[in-house]
Design a protein around this ligand. Structure first.
Ligand SMILES: N[C@@H](CCC(=O)N[C@@H](CS)C(=O)NCC(=O)O)C(=O)O
Length: 215
């Protein structure tokens, strides 16, 4: 399925400016609140989980039957919740403040996150992959939920390397899934391509060594 990543186009009025213009366009019928959003013909679909729900079955990365399709969507919505909590470790007070303006709160938040929330979410996903018994999250074949597990493990390894090293042996199913995805030819090619942005200090997953201390 071909697409244009509008936010990364360069030139006057392109890229982030084009996104901003669209968000403020009062003639848009179902305006998204925030990026990411997908324009597919007349549809405008926002929220990562909703976009995957739409694209997944069309590109063979989700089951077509309603029950399993909703199960995949449910797992992805749990990823959304997890992602928000990961974000809040470095921005617990406000998105409009720099990390440096909320450091003590970020440390407190991260300590609780690492002690309580990280093991709870990873433990849940581990239980799901184990119970499924086919080495993936949903049914017998690869789905977008598996790709999300890959991205979560990669991002968490970047943000919290010491803590991940410590707890990863508890989640062998997820680590095996991560390795399986990394070895797939399409994923491996994508990871080597310029489309794969390196983790950095502006994105969701950020590495601040002081937040990764082992307590
Ligand atoms: N749950 C949404 C999160 C979307 C989101 O947080 N978007 C960020 C940029 S990546 C944003 O612009 N937020 C603006 C705001 O929250 O006011 C999703 O998964 O797509």
């Amino acid at each position: 399925m071909d697409y244009v990543d509008v936010g990364r186009e360069s030139g006057p009025g392109m890229g982030v400016e084009a996104i901003r213009r669209f968000l403020q366009d009062l003639s848009v019928d179902h305006p998204p609140y925030a990026p990411p959003f997908l324009k597919a013909g007349k549809l405008v679909i926002a929220h990562a989980a909703n976009i995957l729900h739409y694209i997944g079955p069309r590109i063979g990365l989700a089951p077509k039957a309603e029950g399993p399709r909703l199960w995949a969507h449910q797992l992805q919505l749990t990823v959304t919740d997890f992602v928000k909590e990961i974000h809040d470790t470095h921005h617990p007070i406000a998105n409009s403040l720099y990390y440096e303006e909320q450091k003590p709160e970020a440390l407190r938040r991260s300590q609780r996150f690492l002690a309580e929330r990280l093991p709870k979410y990873l433990g849940y996903f581990e239980r799901v992959v184990k119970a499924n018994g086919h080495g993936c999250m949903v049914g017998r074949s690869l789905s977008y939920v598996d790709l999300s597990m890959f991205q979560l493990i990669e991002g968490l390894r970047y943000a919290f390397p010491l803590n991940m090293q410590r707890i990863e042996p508890t989640y062998p199913g997820l680590v095996a899934l991560r390795d399986k995805i990394a070895a797939r030819p399409n994923t491996a090619a994508y990871l080597k391509s310029p489309r794969r942005l390196p983790f950095n200090d502006k994105g969701l997953f950020r590495h601040y060594a002081e937040l990764d201390e082992i307590s």
